[in-house]
Ligand binder design. Structure first.
Ligand SMILES: [Zn+2]
Length: 235
């Protein structure tokens, strides 16, 4: 008889009730880790691919710390870009925007133009890398996906505040409901070599969850528990 999914009924959520395993190293040599599901992987959720979006890692961590045992079908990467997170940079240690480093057909060697805030002009330059999957973090995530073979992926970003996906799938509708966010089809600008573009070409369902612009405590208070329930009960 399998162990039923249960939730922590105690106040202390300071640490994880289960352990991550390693799937590679960052360019600076930091271990890349993920929390495996207890059964087959049907969904991968990753956060922190942009080091300037620490709220994604924080909220996913808070949700995971609500769980008393590993999710049955969901694998979790808390931080896909630990070098960027440590340095507070959007890119990795090489200044590469990892979300422009995936081997999509439209990968481009042109500099990546990003914004320092939502109101800023798009004039901050990052590198897309020396070529598709030139970066260790990109290759490791691709390898992990190949190993886990999930049917869908949630890529967490911030702070645009929407659920971005080409189709209005049941997964999109669930995330709309949990996070009280609108569905969008694209963000209005080109993203050559992005994870989402690569996933679409690979026929992998990918939803980009853009968290709203909100203080960390409010993000956790509003969304950690419902997100944890979603992760625990996903089938
Ligand atoms: Zn992002």
């Amino acid at each position: 008889m399998s162990t039923p999914i249960s939730y922590r009924d105690i106040k202390d959520q300071g640490s994880f009730a289960f352990e991550p395993i390693q799937y590679g190293f960052s360019e600076m040599g930091i271990p890349l880790t993920y929390f495996p599901p207890s059964d087959d992987c049907r969904l991968l959720v990753f956060a922190g691919i942009h080091g300037e979006e620490p709220e994604t890692t924080f909220l996913l961590s808070r949700a995971l710390r609500c769980l008393f045992c590993p999710p049955r079908h969901v694998a979790i990467v808390l931080c896909a870009n630990p070098d960027g997170m440590l340095r507070g940079t959007r890119g990795n240690a090489h200044g590469v925007d990892l979300n422009r480093n995936f081997p999509a057909l439209n990968w481009s060697s042109e500099p990546v133009l990003t914004r320092l805030t939502l109101e800023s002009p798009r004039e901050t330059r990052l590198s897309p890398g020396g070529g598709p999957q030139s970066e260790a973090e990109t290759r490791a995530l691709l390898s992990l996906l190949s190993t886990l073979n999930p049917r869908a992926v949630i890529a967490m970003h911030a702070p645009i505040g929407c659920v971005d996906c080409a189709t209005h799938s049941p997964l999109v509708q669930t995330l709309e409901s949990i996070f009280e966010l609108p569905w969008k089809q694209g963000l209005g600008y080109q993203t050559p070599g992005s994870f989402g573009t690569w996933a679409e070409e690979a026929s992998l369902d990918c939803v980009t969850l853009e968290l709203p612009r909100m203080a960390l405590e409010l993000l956790a208070a509003n969304y950690a528990q419902p997100f944890a329930t979603f992760i625990a009960e996903f089938y």
